[in-house]
Ligand binder design. Structure first.
Ligand SMILES: [Zn+2]
Length: 377
């Protein structure tokens, strides 16, 4: 099976970030464990900290250059970069090819856009701290094969791993001495298909023995403010099957995945813990410049920080860092924390007892386990 192995320079870069993260952790600046002493027993080793965000499209040269940010986009991610950089592994969904030419591979119109992000913008993703990006989404193929090749070349040159750029494109990264696999699924013909759950299970089962931890990304679900809840069963949108997201997520965890990161609806959705693994059903928009709607819930741009036990992959806690976008786009930390009660309410409403706990300060905790009382007669 074709796989991607991390190159030496990148391993060095990751090691450097681990050293920095460790300094921060030991200095007591940032709490790495979200749970109080009475709630959980902390793992013996420091958890692996994974930061994850939703859709990223930093600006497009198609159809013209009016949708490009000022200063070549250099400041778009600056406000949130410190949070992204301090994680051991930072993930995002790259919603559009990094390419400087070519022709759209699809029909464009009033509500169907083709994105073409200048390759020089890849540097901003690197500077912000991204280690791995999903290219499995409904815009990665906007400029066809040449756009996807250009994206991979650009990311490879920057030392950023990618997953889902082709069907068998799996990223493997070394993080804190552990080998981490990242698989990415979406609807459409290019990446591994979200609607093929048995196929997804096979892929995760194949990758599992080659990695200590497995992260699964999916781009799915209906889009927009009317679709903040995770339905039971399959979803369709604009006549297209957009996945059975609960069924998919549970199946890949049963097959060996340790963390499931969803995006695609442009709004946040709830989070649950299944078999001690965290599922974030949608992280919404993150850095979507130009044509994207950013009003109301579509403006939320949370940064998820998931802490995993490096030995077992279990979710041990974490944090949501609130951020939001306003037109024309670019995430900024949000002191009002508006996304937190929204995420908490959505998680409780959709998942009840398996909902992740979200504290008012953004701390995440596994669900409270209710101990079974002995039967009384
Ligand atoms: Zn999308």
């Amino acid at each position: 099976m074709p796989t991607k192995i991390r190159l030496a320079p990148r391993a060095w870069a990751v090691s450097c970030r681990i050293a920095v993260s460790y300094t921060v952790a030991t200095a007591g600046v940032a709490p790495w464990f979200g749970f109080p002493a009475d709630a959980q027993t902390p793992p013996k080793t420091r958890p692996i900290v994974i930061a994850a965000v939703g859709d990223i499209m930093l600006g497009s040269t198609y159809p013209d250059r009016r949708d490009l940010p000022p200063a070549g986009g250099a400041m778009l991610l600056a406000d949130v970069a410190p949070i992204l950089r301090r994680a051991d592994l930072t993930f995002g969904n790259l919603e559009g090819p990094l390419a400087d030419g070519g022709k759209p591979a699809k029909k464009t119109g009033a509500n169907s856009y083709a994105f073409r992000v200048p390759t020089v913008y890849g540097k901003h993703l690197q500077t912000a701290g991204f280690d791995v990006l999903s290219c499995a989404n409904n815009h990665a193929n906007d400029f066809g094969v040449s756009g996807r090749v250009s994206t991979r070349r650009t990311l490879d040159a920057l030392g950023i791993a990618h997953a889902g750029s082709e069907r068998d494109d799996i990223a493997y990264l070394n993080v804190q001495g552990k080998r981490v696999a990242v698989l990415a699924f979406a609807t459409g013909s290019v990446p591994a298909n979200l609607n093929d759950i048995p196929g997804a299970v096979r892929r995760v089962r194949d990758a599992s023995p080659q990695a200590d931890l497995v992260i699964v990304s999916f781009h799915g679900g209906a889009e927009g403010s009317g679709y903040q809840h995770v339905p039971r069963g399959g979803e369709t949108y604009l006549g297209e099957k957009r996945g059975n997201l609960r069924g998919f997520s549970h199946a890949v965890i049963d097959a060996g995945a340790d963390l499931v990161i969803g995006h695609g609806p442009h709004v946040v959705r709830g989070m649950e813990v299944y078999r001690d693994r965290l599922i974030a059903y949608s992280l919404g928009n993150f850095a979507t410049y130009g044509k994207f709607g950013l009003s109301g819930p579509t403006g939320m741009a949370p940064i998820l920080e998931a802490h995993l036990d490096p030995e077992t992959g279990k979710f041990v806690g974490g944090r949501v860092h609130p951020a939001r976008q306003t037109k024309p786009g670019g995430p900024r930390r949000d002191k009002t924390g508006a996304v937190l009660p929204l995420l908490r309410d959505l998680s409780r409403a959709d998942f009840g007892k398996t909902a992740v706990q979200i504290r008012p300060d953004g701390t995440l905790l596994p669900p409270v386990r209710t101990l079974k009382r002995p039967n009384r007669r």
